[in-house]
Each structure stands twice: as C-alpha cells, then as structure tokens.
Ligand binder design. Structure first.
Ligand SMILES: [Zn+2]
Length: 290
C-alpha cells in the first residue's frame, strides 16, 4: 500500500498567537541514561481531555519554572557568544535535564493517568505531551481545513466532520474551546492508529529497542529503504510508527485529502513513503526519513 508522511507546510502565525496554553499542563520529559536520549512526545498525541483536579495536583511538581539563576546563565552564553566553552556545555546540559524524569518514573506516571482517564492502549501517553483542552481566541476563524504545526494536527470543523462522516479511522477529534468555554471552529486531532516498525527493504540495518525506555531505534551505516509492514499495521487511515515522532496516512486518507472538498485549504504536505530512504540514527533527533 502507498502511505504518506504528513509534513508542516505553511505556518499560520495568527493561529499560534491566538492559542492560549494556560488551560493545559505538560507531562515531564524523559532522559534515558541507557540510550542517552531525551524523549518527547510524538506528534498529535496530546491528552485534550478535561484537566481534572487530581491530574492538576499530580502534574504540578513537573510544571515548575526554570530557576532564574539557570535561565540567566543560559541567556548569558548567547549574549557573550560563549556557546563553545566547556562551562557552557554544562549549562546546556542542566537546561536540557531540567524537569526530566527517568523512564521508570514516567511509566509509573503513565499508569496513573491511564487509570484516571481510562484511556485505551491506542491512546499514547508520552513525555512532553499536553494534558487539558486547548483554548483559542473567539475571534479566530481558520483559513485552512487541515493544519499541522510540528506538534499537533488540526482540522476546521467542516473538514473534521467530513473526515468522520467518511468513516476515516485512527483519529479522535477534540474541540478547541474559546475562553468562554464554547467550541471554536477548530478541532485538535489525536492520532490513535499504529503501524509498528516498517520493513527494511534494503540490507544492512537493524532495529534495536532500548531495554530501559523501550524506545525503538534503527541502526545501520547507510540509508535504508522502507516499506509499510501491513502485518503490523492496524489498518487505520492516520497512524504512528513504533519509532520517530511523525504522523502517517493511508492511501485512502491521501485520496480524501486530495478530493475536491479539501483540495484548496490543506496546509500540510503529504510526502510519499513507499520506498522512501531512511537514515539510521536520524531517529534520535526524531527525523528519520529522507
Ligand atoms: Zn533508552
């Protein structure tokens, strides 16, 4: 089957400025000492459910502000052009580590949240994801039908409703609210489909799962060609892979997004993935595909 990677296309600054993030709290990021990687959320994997009082209490310790002293030292590095100094590297490390917890601590937190919200396994709970509904200014009217800002995926109300009425799968749509608590003209999408690890078509690479944080990596010393492994794919139209942060769509979703209903205001690029080249180790930066 042909499959496609969703990529950010045009930036809607007006939308970014209209969003109000105060109704949300962040899950802590994770640093894994075994693979030496910082771990943040996949795209379109927030928890836009109501921010319950016990969840607010649970997440409060992880939403502290960075100490002023550390912030000041960090900014000073750039003011004084000292990015390459050894002392600066230590400050960078402290900033990166700020608020990070271990994989085991995160798995415990994930278990508690999953119980509170009764979320099925198809709903990801990932480090750095947001919990709570998203708010937008009442005066905001989207010019787009589909929009992606490298963190989340959004649809206009008519576009989201059209997708649902066509029976598209692997998506849950949550209203983005105005400050007054009314639904706005925007949905935030959460992707629930899954396609595991793509097959490696060309020789030389291998997958590796970190024993501590359980994340998957691809190892190899040259680019590798990949194909969707239909035996691991759950058949959803919108899906994540076992590795990387991206969101991918089926051939069916691709055709719907290119149908006359959507043709003009799809502010994302859909890049063909069938036979795409993957760079091993690039997944550490969350961007494995060429
Ligand atoms: Zn790890």
């Amino acid at each position: 089957m042909r499959w496609f990677d969703i990529e950010a296309d045009i930036t809607d600054w007006r939308f970014g400025e209209s969003l109000n993030l105060k109704s949300r709290l962040l899950l802590p990021r994770v640093y894994c000492p075994a693979c030496g990687q910082y771990w943040g959320s996949k795209i379109a994997a927030d928890i836009p459910e109501p921010l319950l009082p016990q969840v607010r209490e649970l997440l409060k310790p992880y939403n502290r502000r960075m100490p002023e002293e550390l912030k000041r030292k960090f900014l000073q590095i750039f003011d004084e052009d000292k990015e390459d100094d050894p002392e600066s590297q230590e400050i960078f490390r402290q900033v990166d580590m700020f608020g990070c917890i271990s994989p085991d601590e995160f798995f415990a937190l994930e278990g508690i949240l999953r119980d509170i919200y009764n979320l099925p396994p198809s709903r990801l709970i990932e480090p750095g994801a947001s919990v709570g509904p998203l708010l937008v200014r009442k005066s905001f009217h989207p010019k787009w039908d589909v929009y992606y800002d490298s963190v989340a995926l959004y649809f206009s109300l008519p576009a989201g409703d059209e997708l649902l009425s066509m029976g598209i799968t692997g998506l849950e749509l949550f209203p983005v609210y105005t400050r007054g608590g009314k639904p706005s003209e925007v949905y935030e999408a959460v992707v629930t489909g899954y396609a595991g690890l793509p097959s490696l078509v060309s020789p030389g690479g291998e997958y590796f799962q970190c024993p501590e944080c359980k994340r998957w990596y691809l190892r190899g010393d040259h680019p590798l060609k990949v194909r969707l492994d239909e035996s691991q794919w759950d058949g959803s139209d919108f899906f994540h892979l076992a590795w990387g942060r991206g969101v991918y769509v089926s051939e069916r979703a691709y055709e719907i997004l290119n149908s006359p209903f959507f043709s003009t205001e799809v502010w994302v690029s859909l890049k063909p993935m069938d036979g795409a080249w993957v760079h091993p180790d690039f997944d550490l930066a969350g961007n494995p595909f060429s």
